[in-house]
Design a protein around this ligand. Structure first.
Ligand SMILES: CC(C)(COP(=O)(O)OP(=O)(O)OC[C@H]1O[C@@H](n2cnc3c(N)ncnc32)[C@H](O)[C@@H]1OP(=O)(O)O)[C@@H](O)C(=O)NCCC(=O)NCCS
Length: 188
């Protein structure tokens, strides 16, 4: 498949690209399950309707947005999402990374490759960026493994700070500074 100008990164297990309106049904197919929504923030739709997917694609394609689709290599179908929210004020040189993958594709190393590559990509794109952060519900062992394997360091635990679906959880804070990234990504 030819690389288009919408492509952000072509990886060995997936392609990261801008969304198209025609991706909405695939977003619903991948995201409309409690397996995905369980550990996402309260704003993540559940149920994830076609209307919500179209609304999200519109927001994700706004000027300055850093939200992208994760697609299969062979057929360019959306199977997940990744991107950054901008921090503001004194934290304006920090961005918050977020992601989800359709359960059909879990456990193949797809997200580890995405988060590693996307983190390096954003440090390259934004020269003033100092730090990436992620907040993970403590029970989300798969996501913690992804972050640790991508060089992120645990920075603290916010005890009992998450209440979702009737369950109280601790939130684990992860960070990757530009210096961490430079050291971590150097070949040994
Ligand atoms: C978290 C998520 C992105 C991981 O994606 P993925 O492509 O399956 O991740 P990877 O395959 O790169 O790595 C996951 C690792 O965690 C492991 N893992 C998954 N669940 C686990 C669990 N409950 N306990 C221990 N390890 C677990 C996997 O076995 C894998 O390790 P391995 O390669 O050594 O076998 C995916 O599960 C997901 O989308 N979850 C729902 C949404 C979500 O939680 N988003 C993140 C919010 S912070």
């Amino acid at each position: 498949m030819a690389e288009s100008s919408e492509t952000i990164l072509k990886l060995s297990k997936s392609i990261i690209r801008r969304y198209r309106t025609s991706d909405a049904a695939a977003v619903v197919e991948g995201a409309d399950t409690p397996l995905v929504s369980e550990y996402m923030s309260a704003s993540f739709p559940s149920p994830y309707t076609l209307e919500r997917a179209l609304g999200w694609i519109k927001i994700a394609n706004e000027e300055g947005s850093l939200h992208f689709a994760i697609c299969t290599i062979d057929s360019d179908v959306v199977i997940g999402a990744c991107g950054f929210d901008h921090r503001t004020g004194v934290e304006s040189r920090t961005k918050l990374i977020g992601y989800w993958l359709s359960p059909k594709y879990w456990g193949q190393g797809i997200m580890t490759e995405v988060i590693t590559a996307l983190s390096g990509w954003i440090f390259g794109q934004v020269s003033t960026l100092l730090k990436l952060e992620a907040t993970v519900v403590e029970e989300n062992k798969g996501s913690i493994k992804v972050l640790e394997r991508s060089g992120y360091q645990q920075e603290g635990v916010k005890r009992m700070s998450v209440f979702k679906n009737g369950r109280v959880s601790n939130a684990v804070l992860f960070g990757l500074t530009r210096n961490d990234w430079n050291q971590w990504s150097q070949p040994v």
